[in-house]
Design a protein around this ligand. Structure first.
Ligand SMILES: [Zn+2]
Length: 375
């Protein structure tokens, strides 16, 4: 075997050992690894030593012994690397920092009106540094900074076409976004990033739909964890499915779109209140809100049901609506059952794990998964 092949084989073994420990949600033993990966104990021992010297593994106690020395419980030292995810929206910049296990180490939301200007991008880089300082992030542990925004990222031409963030769609070079950020950067569409975060969390095998409901309604179709983009990058535009022919006018200019019925604007700005005020009123028995909410859930159920009928996979409901949905999940699932011609409990609908932080976590995960793949 040539030197190159030996080195490559060693790298692959190290990567497999790390990946195995990473994928096991609880600590494992050297024997587990050797058995599961069909590697010899000395090979596993050597790899564990190397990974531990890099600080990537740690001993997390011992297992009980069946005779002889107690086996060591080996786990990932999750805090040894981190990544930051930034989400740009019309009025805010949201940031999270996550560790190797996608645990949130810190999060913040800054009020800042978007503008396609140097001042805005410089300010964003300044806020990032402040955020890193506040969370005591060692820059040498930072793998990179992901930025997500509501737009289509054209990788071939290195441009972003903004969709809903400004009144008229406009295009600008991706490097402008991150020009003041002195770390490796990655730019992603917001719904796509949210979908990746939830797919990762649910440890999904197979396919999943992420439905993001906030002012805009959109989402992502993930086939084995990879987004299906469609020919014109319009896959997952669930907000513009027609659910009421000739119905309410939508932002897009058409009538009867899901977004026209289920934008969170319907239960906030259209009423001149905040979302928090709406749900507080609903809980307090406000009859107007109750009637509106019933209608809202009816339409939302139609949208979710239609997606289910096309793709027959789990659907994760995210976006800002998700943070208020826990008490109403049963009602929504009951509606889904009632209109499903096949046997269904409606349990295919899940609530997003990261709530309104999904997008930030998802775009940060780009660096985590890249790191894990290349250990
Ligand atoms: Zn529309």
């Amino acid at each position: 075997m040539s030197t190159y092949n030996t080195a490559e084989l060693r790298r692959q073994n190290r990567s497999r050992v790390f990946r195995y420990i990473f994928d096991s949600q609880t600590p494992v033993t050297k024997q587990d690894i050797a058995h599961s990966l069909s590697l010899s104990l000395p090979t596993v021992g050597q790899n564990l030593k190397e990974l531990q010297e890099c600080g990537l593994l740690e001993t997390q106690g011992t297992f009980s012994s069946t005779g002889g020395r107690k086996p060591r419980a080996i786990g990932i030292a999750a805090g040894v690397r981190c990544a930051v995810g930034i989400m740009i929206s019309v009025y805010h910049i949201h940031m999270v920092c996550i560790d190797l296990r996608a645990n949130l180490l810190g999060q913040t939301s800054i009020i800042c009106d978007f503008s396609d200007s140097d001042e805005y991008f410089r300010n964003m880089a300044g806020e990032l540094e402040r955020f890193l300082d506040e969370n005591h992030v060692d820059r040498s542990h930072l793998l990179g900074v992901g930025v997500a925004l509501p737009g289509i990222v054209d990788e071939e031409r290195d441009t972003v076409v903004l969709a809903r963030i400004v009144e008229t769609s406009r295009e600008f070079p991706t490097r402008r976004l991150t020009q003041y950020i002195p770390y490796p950067c990655f730019i992603e569409n917001d719904a796509n990033a949210g979908g990746i975060a939830e797919w990762w969390n649910y440890n999904a095998h197979g396919n999943m739909v992420y439905l993001s409901v906030q002012r805009g309604v959109g989402g992502a179709v993930l086939l084995d964890g990879v987004r299906y983009m469609g020919r014109h990058h319009h896959s997952g535009e669930f907000g513009h499915m027609c659910i009421v022919p000739g119905g309410k006018r939508c932002q897009c200019g058409m009538r009867g779109c899901l977004e026209a019925y289920c934008s969170t604007a319907r239960i906030s700005t259209d009423l001149g209140i905040t979302r928090e005020e709406f749900f507080a009123g609903l809980e307090a028995g406000n009859e107007t809100y109750a009637a509106l909410w019933k209608e809202y859930l009816d339409y939302l159920a139609i949208g979710i049901h239609n997606i289910r009928m096309v793709l027959d996979c789990n659907i994760v409901l995210g976006g800002v609506l998700a943070q208020f949905m826990e008490p109403y999940l049963g009602e929504l699932r009951a509606r889904l059952c009632a209109i499903n011609p096949f046997k269904s409990t409606g349990n295919y609908l899940k609530l997003s794990h990261y709530r309104s932080w999904s997008t930030c976590v998802g775009v940060a995960l780009h660096f985590i998964s890249e790191f894990i793949d290349n250990v």
